[in-house]
Design a binder for this molecule. Structure first.
Ligand code: CA
Ligand code: CA
Length: 299
């Protein structure tokens, strides 16, 4: 299997990045990823302030997908995610809603064993591995890997895990897919500024789709499909996710605009992905049976 290692990683999604590897459309590819701190934090006496920020949020890649051309959609089936056995969390005065109440920076190292992460003597959690950063090169200016947007990027969506299929726009030849910033587990919002940050291995199948009208980024799972949108404010991000879903329901499912709007109000769940990155990210989740009831099959 084609395997990419983090010795080839990027810190900005860019049309000018040279490909780390090339895959055919339909290939299965394995990405080994560092954690979002590039592995700099392995002990609790190592703090946020001591980080080399030039190496933060590495994304392994980019992968050039043969045949992907601007205007296509890149289908990324997430087949599996394995995490390392140790994760790390940080917080501090400058981060998140609680930040101003914190007197100092803190680092917490967490052990992961048999699919369970130990938070404290009192609390452990089954892991729910997810990909924080996954995206393609934008059409125009470079976008740092810490920033989400129409190209994907740092969406920090808890639903981007094994079994999900992510659809991203193709803006440049080959798409230039890159990913990193795995979390062993994270709550919606990522309110404290990070999840359980962890290195790992992601296996995906990549396919270039021609003439695909899905609004991107778009995610399909067994039980739901969803639009994912990022914007400067939470309000704008939420509105964008709603409007993108409305476009899908009226365009692809052929629904009447009022019916589609009311249906979103009946069974669409507007959820926060994250509120701590340079742009905020929201998603609108719809039950999969909405597509099934309209005879719609995702490619
Ligand atoms: Ca992130
Ligand atoms: Ca992260």
């Amino acid at each position: 299997m084609l395997t990419l290692y983090p010795d080839r990683c990027i810190h900005a999604m860019s049309r000018s990045s040279s490909p780390a590897a090339r895959a055919a459309s339909g290939d299965t590819v394995c990405f080994h990823t560092l954690d979002c701190f590039s592995g700099q934090l392995t002990r609790e006496d190592q703090l946020l302030g001591g980080l080399d920020w030039d190496t933060i949020n590495p994304a392994t890649g980019p992968l050039y997908v043969e045949g992907a051309e601007a205007g296509d959609v890149l289908k990324v089936e997430i087949l599996s995610i394995e995490t390392a056995s140790q994760g790390v969390m940080v917080d501090g005065p400058g981060e998140g809603a609680v930040g101003p109440q914190l007197a100092e920076e803190r680092t917490k190292v967490l052990q992961i064993q048999d699919g369970v992460v130990r938070f404290s003597d009192r609390l452990s959690f089954p892991i729910r591995p997810m990909i924080g950063v996954i995206g393609v090169a934008p059409a125009a200016e470079d976008i740092p890997t810490n920033t989400p947007g129409a190209h994907g990027g740092n969406m920090d969506c808890t639903r981007i895990g094994a079994g999900a299929t992510l659809y991203l726009p193709v803006n440049v030849p080959g798409a230039l897919l890159a990913m990193g910033d795995l979390h062993a587990i994270m709550g919606d919002g990522e309110v404290g500024v990070c999840g359980v940050e962890v290195a790992g291995v992601v296996t995906v199948r990549v396919t270039a789709l021609k003439a695909c009208a899905l609004p991107t980024p778009f995610l399909v799972m067994d039980d739901a499909f969803m639009t994912i949108c990022s914007a400067e404010t939470a309000d704008e991000a939420g509105d964008s996710a709603i409007l993108a879903m409305h476009t899908f329901l009226t365009g692809e499912l052929g629904m009447d605009p009022h019916e589609a709007n009311m249906l979103m109000s009946v069974c669409g769940d507007l959820r926060v992905c994250q509120v701590v990155d340079p742009e905020k990210t929201f998603r609108l989740e719809m039950p999969i049976r909405v597509a099934q009831a309209h005879g719609y099959t995702f490619r």
